[in-house]
Design a protein around this ligand. Structure first.
Ligand code: FAD
Length: 492
């Protein structure tokens, strides 16, 4: 029997597979790893539950909609816990700033670090509302299709939203620290605040409006619930069996073949894995695979990450769920990471501390953490990570110790790090790029690859490398759009 296959059970592949199955389209979801989730798969060790990527999700309505379209209530399967503050920003001299939803708490916080910028912030907040109204709404509603985006262009031009986010923020506030805070949101999804367009300012507003959330039990519990929902709808989940080859017949995909030898004829196929891997490796030698891969190789790819997962004896109720630890340099550091491809001595570190939101992740009196340090991808920085990795892990822990937990090394109960090479090998990521193609100035939205291949009529694409881009909400949006397109292609 022919069916639809989806390659890759990250958040994008899982969301698409659920939507297809809910439409009555028989679907097989194929995942190379032995557990679903991709970057969000997490792991358990020595009584602790760790996340392996995202630390927070926004746009909870997208999750409720996914579940209700599958005939269930999200709340029956997944509990979303609010994160507060939304993010803490911390500088090497000990200064910090809490981004919170409530104006009554936020404005005094701004007055504290940037007393002269209160009026400028309020203008920026109004600006984000306008950008959202003009652009972000279209992006979420339509997955940034040409027509709704074209309709948004005049308004975005009027708002100068095609200037860089940092440049636009700097027009509103003078404090360098507040500029860093307000321009940092694209970093979560691999964007450089100095090149991403100011359309990204809408994220600041959305976070404050709808909050950030954490799934109880960690992201692994969320991805497990997605996999169970998919299987309950009758879907087939193949874990631990990487796709090795996509077979074509003329200008259509005819079958997929896995490492185990398992193969399946398909009516349609969706790629929810790294785009370069799919076109270069899985379509190797078959048009349009090599030509698309060549085009992708010329594009700018997002940075990679070095990650450290660790568990500590002790509890830190005052250490936020998510802290962005700035280094002593901001623009110059980002230039090193995004442009020059050097491994600087200073660093920017995302520290997540999910057990402060969900204590069930660790036994009583213990805590779990994830530290994520953005680094240049392997194309820019092809160093011997196996040799360098332990030194970087120690440096990250030292810096967390220096700022927050002085006896950190005596408290470590578990520690595991992963280098860009590890991530590249585990998830088949081109150059270890953690977030797919880098969002570029005006290209951020509609020049990203579309959810449908232009030449192969029954090939669809979702996930971080696909319009509207990386980030959980964006990935769910591409899945929703691809499910509609695939459904109308198959009459489902
Ligand atoms: C460190 C980090 C932190 C982040 N934090 C946040 C955050 O806090 N909030 C937020 O909104 N976003 C965050 N993001 C972004 C977000 O997590 C990702 O954009 C999203 O999870 C990507 O999902 P995906 O399904 O597109 O890809 P992936 O998660 O990469 O999944 C792709 C899947 O395809 C599988 N695969 C690859 N090749 C094959 C093959 N040949 N056969 C079968 N399977 C294959 C892989 O094993 C993988 O499971 C973060 C990203 C990173 C890297």
């Amino acid at each position: 029997m022919s069916r639809v296959c989806v390659i890759g059970a990250g958040l994008g592949g899982l969301a698409l597979a659920i939507r297809l199955q809910a439409r009555g389209i028989a679907c097989t979801l194929i995942e190379a790893q032995d557990r679903p989730g991709g970057w969000a798969r997490g792991f358990e060790a020595e009584g602790f539950t760790f996340d392996t990527g995202p630390a927070a999700l926004g746009e909870p309505a997208l999750w409720r909609e996914l579940w209700s379209d599958a005939g269930r209530e999200l709340g029956d399967d997944v509990e979303l816990l609010p994160i507060a503050p939304l993010c803490r920003f911390h500088w090497p001299d000990g200064a910090q700033f809490d981004l919170v939803a409530d104006d009554a708490a936020l404005l005094p916080e701004i007055a504290r670090i940037a007393p002269g910028d209160l009026a400028g912030y309020e203008d920026f907040a109004s600006y984000t509302a306008e950008v959202q109204a003009e652009g972000f709404r279209h992006r979420l509603a339509a997955g940034a299709g040409w027509r709704p985006m074209a309709a948004a262009i005049p308004g975005l031009l009027r708002l100068q939203a095609f200037r860089s986010l940092h440049g636009r923020v700097s027009g509103f506030v003078r404090s360098e620290r507040l500029r860093q805070v307000l321009a940092s949101s694209p970093l979560v999804t691999g964007g450089n605040p100095f090149t991403v367009s100011a359309i990204a300012a809408a994220a600041h507003r959305r976070e404050r409006e709808v909050g950030l959330w954490y799934p109880r039990g960690g992201f692994s519990a969320l991805t497990r619930a997605m996999a169970e929902l998919f299987e309950a709808l009758g879907g087939e989940l193949r874990l631990g069996d990487a796709v090795r080859r996509i077979h074509l017949l003329g200008n259509r995909v005819s079958a997929v073949e896995c490492a185990s030898g398992w193969h399946q004829r398909v009516e349609a196929l969706a790629i929810a894995a790294d785009l370069m891997h799919a076109y270069r490796d899985l379509l190797d030698g078959q048009a349009p695979g090599p030509a698309v891969a060549q085009g992708l190789a010329r594009r700018r790819w997002s940075p990679s990450v070095f990650t450290v997962h660790f568990a500590l004896a002790g509890s830190w109720p005052g250490l936020a769920h998510r802290t962005l630890m700035f280094g002593p340099r901001f623009k110059a550091l980002l230039d090193d990471i995004f442009g020059f491809g050097v491994l600087p001595r200073d660093a920017m570190i995302w520290l997540s501390h999910p057990s402060v939101t969900d204590p069930s992740l660790a036994p009583p009196g213990k805590s779990v953490f994830q530290a994520v340090m953005p680094v240049a991808h392997l194309g820019h920085l092809p160093i011997d990570w196996a040799a360098v990795g332990p030194r970087i892990a120690a440096r990250i822990l030292d810096e967390i110790g220096r700022r927050f937990i002085p006896d950190i090394h005596d408290r470590i109960l578990f520690c595991r790090s992963a280098t860009p090479r590890d991530h590249a090998a585990t998830l088949n990521l081109w150059q270890g790029s953690a977030y797919g193609l880098e969002p570029l100035p005006a290209a951020a939205l509609w020049l990203q690859p579309a959810t449908r291949d232009a030449r192969l009529g029954n090939l669809f694409r979702v996930g971080a490398g696909i319009r509207p881009g990386a980030g959980i909400a964006a990935v769910l949006t591409s899945a929703s759009l691809a499910a509609r397109q695939l459904g109308s292609e198959l009459g489902g």
